[in-house]
Design a protein around this ligand. Structure first.
Ligand SMILES: Cc1cc2nc3c(=O)[nH]c(=O)nc-3n(C[C@H](O)[C@H](O)[C@H](O)COP(=O)(O)OP(=O)(O)OC[C@H]3O[C@@H](n4cnc5c(N)ncnc54)[C@H](O)[C@@H]3O)c2cc1C
Length: 416
């Protein structure tokens, strides 16, 4: 939808094929610091979103352990000073309302929306000729953007694009609760007793009196709990009961309308062709704990649309421009996924330096590099390669630290 808005504003005729406009299970409620500028570019500045009740301010992230201790991760005040001038606030958003507002802007600006599901992609060589929908419409176009999300991944499947997985399959179970007053900021609740792989609970105040709470765990953990007879509702209740903050809230809530989704963080490469690009989670899924999915999707939308606008009269995207787009999409996602898996989810680093310090080790480079990306806005060869080298260097550092901590904690005589 965001890509459609950029394209239609540049004078292209745009059809957005949208399979599901009901927003049954919207996620992506806690935004990273780079998202507000991208939303403002669509016509949704932060102040308007707050004034019109779309969400709440997010100024920090809090890590809360089951023993009640906390760590706060706040962008430094110095970042707000020249020459950085970085906005220190971002947002938590009610995604149903946000999605409706984005759709309204798209329609107002002239995007035609077709409520249908793409069921087939007709390709010739590396080009896309047309798509066919479930209701039988065949749609040809000189340009295509695939933003069908991580489950559908239409073009990556059609072209069998190479992919790397990060971490195990995971499951998220979440609900919404009414509270007297929400805690400001996003709170991540964790057990804190050195598990080998971490599970966690998010608490996101999408309105001052409504919180989104979700439990995220290794797919096998949920599988075992389901095999022991627990329903997803039981699992969510049991997991939330571990934390004093939720105990009374949960007990006083008779029935929870529970949402559940499973996912695997997967990053595709070569997400471009002569007349198509892949954007958002269809190209690369970053773990929800990074709060980077919405930023990534909006960024891809803007960059993919810019390429089509720039090369619309050439009728094809030059290989180098497509390859640089693909590299940026891939390297940013790999950086976030590698960082969060190695530093936070996986045991060796977290248990060696403590979960609170691990939070710093992850957030400082993650937030800084996201700001560098937003500042530089890489498009050309030099800026793209510079950013990709920086991202790669941090990924290597995380891997080296992971191996070191694993070695240090290995019992004497045990392999590696
Ligand atoms: C549990 C969970 C929690 C998350 N929390 C956060 C968070 O706090 N912050 C954050 O930034 N990100 C978060 N994310 C990630 C974030 O939700 C996504 O990255 C973001 O919504 C962008 O997704 P997208 O637009 O690429 O795909 P989606 O939002 O999945 O949209 C894909 C669209 O394509 C449509 N579609 C699918 N198949 C077809 C087809 N065949 N034909 C036509 N249309 C089709 C779908 O109906 C859908 O509208 C979370 C993700 C998960 C799983």
């Amino acid at each position: 939808m965001a890509a459609s808005i950029h394209l239609v504003r540049a004078g292209l005729r745009v059809l957005c094929i949208e399979a599901d406009i009901t927003d049954k299970t919207p996620v992506g409620e806690s935004l990273d610091w780079s998202a507000p500028d991208l939303l403002a570019g669509l016509g949704l500045p932060m102040q308007r979103l707050i004034d019109e009740g779309f969400g709440t301010w997010k100024r920090h992230v809090t890590l809360k352990l089951a023993d009640g201790s906390t760590a706060h991760y706040v962008p430094g005040e110095w970042l707000a000073q020249p020459p950085f001038n970085i906005e220190l606030r971002t947002l938590h958003l009610d995604r149903v309302r946000l999605n409706a507002a984005v759709r309204e802007i798209a329609i107002r600006d002239g995007v035609r929306i077709l409520h249908d599901r793409v069921s087939e992609v007709e390709a010739r060589g590396r080009g896309v000729v047309s798509v066919t929908t479930a209701q039988g419409a065949s749609i040809a176009s000189p340009w295509f953007i695939d933003a069908s999300g991580s489950s559908a991944r239409l073009f990556p499947r059609t072209f069998n694009l190479p992919a790397s997985d990060y971490g195990p399959p995971k499951v998220a179970i979440w609900t919404y609760l009414t509270v007297d007053e929400s805690i400001e900021g996003t709170t991540l609740h964790v057990e804190g007793d050195s598990p080998s792989y971490m599970d966690w609970v998010w608490e996101i105040p999408i309105h001052t009196e409504t919180i989104s709470i979700g439990f995220v765990a290794h797919g096998d953990t949920i599988k075992n709990l389901r095999a022991s007879g627990q329903s997803v509702d039981d699992i969510l209740r049991t997991q939330l009961e571990r934390f004093p903050r939720f105990r009374d809230l949960i007990r006083s809530a008779p029935a929870l309308p529970v949402n559940v989704t499973s996912y695997r963080c997967r990053v595709h490469s070569h997400v471009f062709g002569p007349n198509w690009l892949v954007a958002g989670e269809a190209a690369a899924m970053v773990d929800p704990m990074t709060s980077n999915g919405v930023t990534a999707a909006l960024r891809h939308a803007s960059e993919a649309a810019a390429l089509i606008i720039k090369y619309r009269h050439r009728n094809r995207i030059p290989w180098i421009a497509g390859a640089l787009y693909s590299r940026r999409v891939q390297d940013v996602a790999r950086f976030f996924n590698c960082g969060i898996e190695k530093v936070v989810y996986d045991g060796p680093i977290r248990n060696f330096i403590g979960v609170k310090t691990a939070g710093d080790v992850y957030t400082i480079p993650a937030w800084s590099l996201n700001n560098v990306y937003a500042r530089i806005s890489p498009r050309g060869v030099v800026s793209s390669m510079f950013v990709c080298l920086l991202l790669g260097a941090f990924r290597i550092a995380a891997s080296v630290l992971h191996s070191f901590c694993k070695y240090e904690q290995a019992p004497c005589g045990a392999p590696g």
